[in-house]
Design a protein around this ligand. Sequence first.
Ligand SMILES: Cc1cc2nc3c(=O)[nH]c(=O)nc-3n(C[C@H](O)[C@H](O)[C@H](O)COP(=O)(O)O)c2cc1C
Length: 205
Amino acid sequence: MAAQLNVAVIYYSATGITYQMAQAAREAAEDAGAQVRLRKVRELAPAEAIRSNSGWEAHRLDTQDVEEAQPDDLTWADVVIFGSPTRYGLVAAQLKQFIDGTGPLWAQGALANKVYSAFTSTATQHGGQESTLLSLFHVFYHWGGIVVTPGYTDPSQFTSGNPYGASHTSNNGETAPDHVALEATALTARRAVRIGAALKQGLAS
Ligand SMILES: Cc1cc2nc3c(=O)[nH]c(=O)nc-3n(C[C@H](O)[C@H](O)[C@H](O)COP(=O)(O)O)c2cc1C
């Protein structure tokens, strides 16, 4: 990679499934030579809701040392990879709240001309993976971003089966991402880094 490429992996995860995918994205981007910031978005749910779900509470404790995403992470990054569990076919409110705080950056054009990719997890196979990813892509279009998807650019995609982005069916957090989902996440990150590096070099020349 010619110039240093900065990648922000920004995610929300209640019970840890999407977090495991975020880790796979971070590792793949680092292996591809990028400098990576892994950031969680701020939790918005009330403490009693978190306490009522042991998996949610455990994951919150496990990841208390992960830094919270700030708008500066977006300006720093050449490539931004968002991860969110599906919430009724859409992105989680916690990630949407972070996105909704980007108005000043958007107004300056500071979010344009970057590469954006995404990954998600659902409880069920047809529970809204594509709609969640597409809902994120709408945001990227407004920002003037370059959306990079895995497509069917690798034979593994004919097994994972989602050309829009990496996704995993978790059975409500019971089934951790397997090698298929983690490889799809890594492929998504590698492609984002590759296209992001080419874009950065092209824009600079
Ligand atoms: C409020 C709420 C809404 C959800 N909506 C959906 C949905 O529309 N489709 C689906 O398959 N799973 C849905 N789920 C399940 C989660 O998306 C799924 O368990 C996910 O893998 C959890 O990821 P996490 O461990 O990173 O939080 C929902 C869960 C909650 C709490």
